[in-house]
Design a binder for this molecule. Structure first.
Ligand SMILES: [Zn+2]
Length: 286
């Protein structure tokens, strides 16, 4: 599953290679890729034809392309394996090519949505006054958004009866923090994932928020050169973000701070990776 930094790399690539271009034709090659567009593939294609992509925007892990002067936007769902590729028009079709967008210019490239497992897709939506596709209006700002309200987030943490990792993954509280970067930020903060949020002091929650931003920015820096080519690519398996991880995926490897073997625990149908020494579990109560 791509996380915020991966999606931001794709956004930058789309901003560079797709913004300002006018759609000549859309070809929907698999109905599942437009299943979030209830009116169907033909309607999707017809409504995009002749429209101009204004730019590429992102909130959390959501990515969308506003269409100029229409009040609508194409929302991209990358799912588990979705890729948005800008490819030369004469490049052979990918095996799992689902949607092709041809442009009314002679730059020689087209936009392709490729998705092996077809959990992802594209859909067209009205935009809210804030410019968000209406279906994601409830998604909170992400921590890299300049308008993210640190004090409001910290206050909400204190009031919620939840645990810290659940809160980090709650898209109505803070968006764009997935399993990987939650584990990384908690390791840096020396916080156990099951720590009740109500026990976090303001300095501790401020420190955590700082680490969340640091791990995301570090990942962005690591992937920042990859969008410089014509080939815009994202998928959950891509390796170039993984090298700098301190917690996620490091079961039984020594903690980079204290040398204790890292542990993995099943957590809400996923895994949590942590150092049992640096990140002490909260004391059982009651
Ligand atoms: Zn440790």
């Amino acid at each position: 599953m791509p996380e915020l930094p991966e999606v931001e790399v794709v956004r930058r690539g789309l901003e560079r290679w797709v913004a300002g271009r006018t759609v000549a034709e859309v070809e929907v090659l698999h109905p599942r890729a437009v299943r979030r567009h209830p009116a169907g593939g033909e309607d999707f294609a017809a409504r995009l034809k002749g429209q101009r992509f204004e730019g590429a925007r992102r909130r959390g892990k959501y990515l969308w392309l506003p269409l100029a002067e229409t009040g609508t936007a194409v929302l991209g769902h990358l799912g588990m394996s979705g890729q948005l590729l800008v490819q030369p028009v004469d490049a052979p079709d990918e095996k799992h090519l689902r949607i092709r967008v041809r442009f009314a210019d002679d730059t020689g490239s087209e936009l392709r949505f490729v998705d092996q497992r077809t959990f992802g897709g594209l859909s067209l939506h009205d935009q809210t006054p804030d410019g968000l596709p209406d279906v994601i209006a409830h998604i909170a700002r992400d921590p890299l958004d300049p308008a993210f309200d640190d004090a409001a987030f910290q206050g909400a943490l204190r009031l919620r009866r939840t645990t810290i990792k659940r809160a980090l993954l709650d898209q109505s509280l803070i968006s764009g923090v997935g399993n990987i970067y939650a584990d990384e930020a908690l390791w840096r903060s020396k916080l156990h994932y099951d720590r009740p949020t109500a026990t976090l002091t303001r300095p501790r929650s401020a420190e955590l928020l700082g680490h969340v931003r640091d791990v995301m920015n570090a990942a962005l820096d690591a992937g920042g050169t990859s969008f410089d080519s014509l080939y815009v690519n994202v998928n959950g398996e891509s390796g170039y973000f993984d090298r700098s991880l301190d917690a996620y995926g490091r079961e039984d490897e020594p903690c980079r701070r204290c040398g204790t073997p890292m542990r993995r625990r099943a957590w809400m149908n996923r895994s949590s990776y942590f150092c049992p020494r640096c990140q002490r579990p909260p004391r059982a109560t009651g």
